[in-house]
Design a protein around this ligand. Structure first.
Ligand code: SER
Length: 998
């Protein structure tokens, strides 16, 4: 079992590892490279034993919510073991990328301290799906190790399952016998219990007794008693699992329909054995990285392979940790993992940045540079790593910037807090971030003595803190906290929220006897010369629900839900809205407004338009075809948009999407430069050309085995896809454009049906996410027509400027009118293309420029008038009943430059914070008279924590002034598209801060 060494042997403390006796076998080729070792394994099973090669699945378990990362070669075959999928081949072999940093198999804490625990490792494995079993599996493993690799049998031990009475499982005498028949000496065949010899993938799922092969690096005397004792020089290398059972939620095990073989040979450990090393870091799986670290960091001593006390300054441990983590990072990012959604991956990245900075004295770029070496080394075996190298680089860069910014922004606060409580220095530096400090302050102020599960859950939810972080903070504050109980509490809370939503859904009383609705015909549509046709479906009313209760009939105008035996209407899923439509009965008609799926029973919600609908009535369903087609166009449009964004931005990932009959919306995280207007132009060009090329939208149905075979497929991390019946929607234009996504939605059959595509909106949501709204077909045409009209209006305005110079208010009114038109809702008929809106805003800025000319003369008046007005109507009151002003100087937009002191001077008797925006530059100034300052509130903190954070700028005291009293924010350029959202956020924060702290 490659996972179980939780005790680090004490021998490291004396640095024994370097002095082990390494004479192995005269036949062993110690110069064998890891590449050849891997090839020999695969070739043995493919060429000599008739196995089929299956490529490694991504390390993100897209079809399995029970494990955080793929942690064994067998993960991708789980569906086969459980009898849910039919295997394509009875015998397969592979080398699987595995990650163990959490959950049942967690190796993270040992990484770097010893020579054989890794967050990322490769597992070589052979499988039999209902084909060969124990005897053949043991024979082949033995033959490969002793005959092909030529490992001496005198260094090998085997173990078998000694049985478990609780599980009602007898000792595995059969395996014992098999080993003995193979010729293994009796004293080398050792029994072990459930912990060592009963393999389980996770808390639930396929499992079974196993037999392991252990390798003794010393090999001088019989060390059978030391097997499974956590010795670094006597380790398990191969685990052969006899998958026979399924562990269920209640803890019991149940026999599976068929018996299977699942084996895992630790590649790094095998390499150690074959290359005559005890530590993986001395094999060629790592030496290239150790050299690369030294080469890239001048002045650092070379890796010397010391452990424990001999590694007195922990430099070797840092080498090992960095090398291990860089492999894990490169592989997981290459497979599409997103650190934002994976706390553990993010911590590992931060650990690398921290080590780079502190031990290896490289401020930035080392992790990225090292990832190139990993790509070079592993890219030949796993081509996806090579293919996604841009994505890997972009995310590392992005994360490194975020890390440094967080460190910078928390540094001052941290130093302040450390003065009060020196124990804060014990928090792992990689965890110091504003959210942690805020949580610390909150806990400190609340003076609570215990962090119970509920409070811990709140810290997790609001501050994104995991159990490790909460534990660190609780230690600093001497507050009691039980991380184990929290893990359970977290599960309970998740369950509770699931239950709540289920209860909400199930407050509707549905007879359990009512069968599930067959909605497969929602996909049965075709396209002829007259366009799309949706064959009507004959249905039967199984039940009527009115006011959440079951009833047998519903009369005219009655608002209710019908449960039908069949339907061809689409029920909201995968971001796509429900269909609308009509059901025609012999003497009545029902209008469907939306659909709801309750455990497979589909409720058609709506109103009886005429007659009476009865339980048992037979009818014909007619979906609103125009709405359905618009949904289909928008859904395909969303996929094209997603792929087009990926094409230009590489490291991007869909966060959510919404498809309606009037617009589509895609929230996408981009790790690097955000989308700008030129990107929008290029996205629109790409999609227009796909529309013009009339490309077929292909649909295929696959299972999870086939899903992993695609080289390029857009999977959403965190999304769990079913094992079977996964619909793949594909639009490809050679290699120039590939959109391939699993999706349950309904799509057009050809890209030409979209007719047109245009982006109508784009905004930022948080640090990395952008939300893009677009329209297709007639709505795209409508947007373009609206643009033509508006463009005429703007031309007229520009022309009339000269005539109205003396009447600036007239121009302002006209500008205001046009601006209003530029602010529409995506459902409106006044939508306009974003590209046009951008140009129009630029035009209006020119007009504003003209107004500024007039403004210059009236500068003083403008500001004074507005501030006087603010003093009348914009004064806020804090918690402690004190007055303050937080104000955005609207008039600034028509001014060339804004002397903010003019504004603040007008209200000297209260705290005031003013923001201005002129020529795309935001400025802010704030003054807090001495008598209003307190421990938590002064000019510097007020501006820093709020407006300056939002605009990502710095705060400095005003010239010759104390920072507590008067501060300015360094002017910052902000694009007009971002302005409204950021301003709103800044004002909200500034008001909340003064309200709470003044
Ligand atoms: N599933 C077993 C393991 O991970 C063998 O592949 O050890």
């Amino acid at each position: 079992m490659l996972n179980k060494y939780v005790h680090v042997t004490l021998r490291y403390k004396t640095g024994h590892l370097n002095f082990v006796f390494r004479k192995i076998s005269k036949y062993l080729d110690k110069d064998i490279s890891s590449k050849v070792i891997r090839e020999k394994f695969l070739n043995y099973f493919i060429e000599e034993k008739g196995h089929k090669f299956v490529k490694s699945s991504p390390v993100i378990p897209f079809c399995d919510p029970t494990v955080p990362f793929v942690n064994a070669g067998m993960n991708q075959f789980k569906g086969i073991f459980l009898g849910l999928q039919t295997p394509q081949y009875p015998k397969v072999v592979n080398s699987q990328k595995c990650i163990r940093i959490g959950g049942k198999h967690n190796d993270l804490n040992n990484v770097g301290r010893d020579g054989y625990h890794h967050t990322f490792f490769e597992m070589l494995g052979n499988w039999s799906f209902g084909n060969y079993f124990k005897k053949e599996a043991c024979q082949m493993a033995w033959e490969l190790l002793t005959k092909v690799y030529k490992l001496p049998a005198s260094r090998l031990y085997v173990t078998y399952f000694s049985g478990n009475t609780e599980l009602n499982l007898p000792p595995d005498e059969e395996t014992k016998h098999i080993w003995s028949t193979i010729g293994v000496e009796e004293e080398r065949i050792l029994p072990f219990g459930e912990t060592d010899n009963f393999w389980e993938m996770g808390l639930v799922g396929p499992c079974g007794p196993c037999t392991e092969i252990h390798y003794d690096h010393m090999g001088t005397v019989n060390r059978a008693q030391l097997v499974n004792r956590g010795l670094h020089d006597l380790t398990e290398i191969w685990n052969i699992v006899f998958i026979e059972h399924n562990r269920k939620q209640d803890g019991s095990v149940q026999l599976l329909p068929k018996k299977h073989i699942d084996t895992g040979l630790g590649f790094e450990r095998l390499t150690c054995a074959l290359q005559g090393k005890v530590s993986s870091y001395d094999t060629d799986n790592f030496t290239y990285l150790m050299k690369a670290i030294q080469k890239n960091c001048s002045g650092i001593s070379e890796y010397s392979g010391h452990f424990g006390e001999q590694d007195w300054n922990n430099v070797d441990m840092s080498y090992r940790t960095l090398a291990d983590h860089v492999r894990m990072i490169t592989v997981s990012l290459g497979d599409g993992a997103i650190p934002e959604q994976n706390h553990k991956l993010r911590r590992i990245l931060r650990k690398c940045f921290y080590l780079s900075e502190t031990v290896f004295k490289k401020d930035k770029g080392l992790t990225k540079e090292l990832s190139n070496y990993v790509v070079e080394n592993l890219g030949q075996v796993y081509p996806e790593i090579e293919r996604n190298v841009d994505q890997i680089h972009q995310i590392i860069d992005y994360e490194e910037n975020v890390y440094h910014n967080l460190r910078k922004s928390s540094e001052k606060e941290l130093q302040k807090l450390i003065k009060e409580n020196a124990k804060l220095t014990t928090i792992d530096p990689i965890d110091i971030a504003p959210n942690v400090l805020t949580a610390y302050k909150e806990l400190h102020e609340s003076k609570c003595k215990i962090i119970d599960d509920k409070l811990a859950y709140r810290l997790y939810d609001t501050h994104g803190m995991d159990e490790e972080l909460i534990l660190q903070v609780s230690n600093v504050l001497d507050i009691e906290f039980n991380p184990l109980s929290f893990a359970k509490g977290l599960d309970d809370a998740k369950l509770e929220s699931k239950k709540k939503s289920a209860e909400m859904k199930f407050s509707i009383n549905i007879e359990p006897t009512i069968p599930r609705t067959d909605d497969s015909s929602k996909y049965f549509y075709s396209k002829g010369r007259r366009g799309y046709s949706f064959p009507p479906v004959e249905c039967k009313v199984l039940n009527i629900i009115q006011n959440d209760l079951s009833t047998s009939e519903a009369g005219e105008n009655c608002v209710c839900s019908l449960i039908l035996d069949k339907t061809n209407m689409y029920c909201a899923a995968g971001g796509q809205d429900s269909d609308r439509g009509t059901i025609i009965f012999e003497h009545s008609q029902f209008d469907v407004k939306e659909l709801l799926n309750i455990d497979g029973r589909i409720l058609h919600r709506g109103v009886v338009r005429s007659g009476t609908v009865r339980s048992g009535s037979l009818g014909t369903i007619k979906p609103d075809e125009a709405a359905r087609i618009a949904n289909m166009c928008n859904h395909t449009g969303t996929h094209l948009l997603n792929a087009a964004v990926k094409k230009i931005k590489r490291a991007s990932c869909q966060k959510s999407s919404k498809v309606t009959d009037s617009y589509l919306n895609l929230d996408v995280a981009i790790f690097g430069a955000k989308l700008d207007i030129s990107d929008v132009v290029s996205i629109e060009d790409t999609i227009s050309s796909l529309i013009k090329k009339q490309i077929e939208v292909k649909v295929s149905i696959v299972d999870s085995q086939q899903l992993y075979k695609y080289d390029e497929i857009t999977l959403i991390p965190g999304e769990v896809y079913p094992d079977n019946n996964i619909r793949i929607i594909e639009v490809t234009d050679g290699s120039a454009f590939i959109s391939r996504e699993p999706c349950c939605g309904t799509h057009v059959l050809n890209t030409s049906d979209l007719e047109d595509f245009c982006v109508i909106g784009m905004k930022s949501l948080g640090r990395s996410t952008q939300s893009v709204t677009a329209v297709t077909g007639d709505r795209a045409k409508l947007a373009r027509q609206n643009a033509v009209r508006l463009s005429e209006e703007i031309s007229l305005l520009k022309k009339s400027l000269g005539d109205n110079m003396d009447k600036p208010e007239l121009i302002e009114v006209a500008v205001g009118r046009i601006k209003k038109k530029l602010n529409f809702d995506a459902r409106d008929n006044t939508i306009i293309p974003l590209v046009f809106k951008d140009a129009a805003l630029a035009d209006l800025q020119v007009v504003n420029g003209q107004l500024k000319q007039i403004g210059k003369q009236n500068l003083k008046n403008f500001i004074e008038m507005e501030m006087e007005d603010a003093l009348q109507s914009n004064i806020g009151t804090s918690k402690s009943n004190k007055k303050y002003i937080v104000h955005y100087l609207r008039s600034s937009v028509v001014l060339d430059s804004v002397p903010l002191q003019k504004a603040t001077k007008l209200c000297p008797n209260m705290p005031v914070l003013i923001v201005s925006y002129s020529d795309n530059i935001v400025k802010a100034r704030c003054c807090v008279p001495k008598e209003f300052q307190n421990e938590y509130f002064d000019a510097q903190t007020w501006l820093t924590e709020t407006v300056a954070t939002v605009f990502d700028s710095e705060v400095r005291p005003s010239k010759n002034q104390a920072g507590d009293a008067i501060c300015n924010m360094k002017p910052k350029k902000v694009h007009i598209q971002e302005w409204d959202t950021l301003l709103k956020e800044a004002m909200k924060l500034a008001k909340k801060y003064v309200h709470d702290n003044l």
